[in-house]
Design a protein around this ligand. Structure first.
Ligand SMILES: *Cc1c(COP(=O)(O)O)cnc(C)c1O
Length: 364
């Protein structure tokens, strides 16, 4: 049944759940049945026992170290994905009589706004969703509310392939970083709250990372459920109930791998090189059209079109035959999307670009 990874693994450009570093998968596999001599799997370990306790502590420490966080912020491991945070954030941070500002620039921001509106007063600071090429609002376009509880931005719109390079300034900036967390150096501690589902850059799905500034913990109304209260999660070290232990273990291994790569600065260099390789190919001829405005292009999700939908279908089919999967763009945008998160090796991007050159030569 078992085949050696190098014999069977392909370049998986999936937007999420996405490719995981092979070294991380191999490490998990090695200890899957018998966790470092414990006689059981880490999946079978009590969330209050010593084996899991060490995992939980390492995961938290790795995140703090990689993000350069001091004592100003709490690291929380929750469940329900980024999607549940769309509701939990306003439940915690949007006090009575307050408004929160949101930029509306892509599919995930749209969901965040819709969920937020069920909780309280949301102001759309800019809506650029209909613009083509796909783009983010300029900071000078934002119509902000005085004394807003927070400003919410989606740092990387996974479906459209647009990414904030410089963030708007706000006392309480809240960011959905699901698809670009720890992919580049940012002043993470300047954010009020950062959240991310794990399955793009942090490991498999199941755990949701939430980084919250400590002064925001007490903003929540007492009426909200304990399980959703950041202050409760923080005071219980994210062990208020059983956390997704295996996902957090995988996050610990993935963040350990990131440290071995040299941390976010080193990872950013590689990510920028991968993105440039691909965008240079897209810009090399009229055969390819980038879907995103050049100044907003994402280094994580590269979206582009071919001259026709028929050619796109053929491209996807032949890419699959050449060991590259999940390149189909989201149906709302169409075309091709190559997700090139931290774990996508440079060789994967080079293979894709070689394939693009050959495809253009044969079908141009
Ligand atoms: C994938 C994604 C989500 C949804 O995450 P879930 O874990 O499925 O809830 C939200 N926002 C962004 C930017 C994403 O990429």
């Amino acid at each position: 049944m078992y085949k050696h990874p190098q014999m069977s693994r392909i370049y998986n450009f999936s937007a999420g759940p996405a490719t995981i570093p092979e070294a991380v998968l191999a490490e998990a596999q090695e200890h899957l049945l018998n966790y470092h001599g414990a006689g059981f799997s880490i999946m079978e370990a009590s969330h209050r026992g010593p084996q899991y306790d060490a995992v939980h502590t390492e995961a938290t420490a790795n995140i703090k170290e990689l993000m350069g966080l001091g004592d100003t912020h709490e690291v929380l491991f929750m469940t329900g994905g980024a999607t549940s945070q769309f509701s939990i954030i306003p439940m915690n941070l949007l006090g009575e009589g307050k408004t929160a500002d949101y930029t509306l620039d892509g599919s995930w921001a749209k969901k965040a706004v819709a969920a937020g509106k069920k909780v309280g007063s949301i102001n759309v600071a800019a809506d650029v969703r209909e613009d083509r090429p796909l783009r983010l609002p300029r900071i000078d376009e934002l119509q902000l509310t005085d004394n807003a509880a927070y400003l919410h931005v989606t740092s990387n719109e996974t479906i459209e392939g647009i990414q904030w390079k410089e963030f708007p300034k706000h006392d309480t900036l809240v960011s959905d970083m699901s698809s670009d967390i720890l992919s580049r150096k940012l002043d993470f501690s300047s954010f009020g709250l950062i959240y991310a589902g794990a399955q793009k850059n942090l490991g498999p799905s199941g755990v949701t990372l939430v980084i919250v500034r400590k002064d925001l913990l007490e903003a929540a109304d007492d009426s909200i459920p304990e399980i959703m209260k950041y202050s409760v999660q923080a005071s219980k070290n994210s062990l208020f109930n059983t956390p997704p232990t295996f996902s957090i273990y995988m996050l610990a291994l993935t963040t350990r791998w990131m440290k071995e790569q040299g941390g976010v600065e080193a990872i950013q260099v590689v990510n920028e090189r991968k993105a440039k390789t691909l965008y240079d190919q897209i810009d090399s001829s009229d055969y390819w059209t980038g879907s995103a405005a050049v100044e907003n292009r994402s280094d994580m999700n590269v979206t582009f079109r071919l001259p026709s939908e028929d050619l796109e279908a053929q491209f996807l089919k032949e890419a699959g035959e050449n060991g590259m999967s999940a390149l189909k763009g989201h149906r709302s945008v169409g075309g091709i999307r190559a997700s090139i998160y931290n774990a996508m090796p440079e060789a994967g991007v080079e293979t894709l670009v070689s394939f693009m050159k050959a495809f253009e030569a044969a079908n141009g």
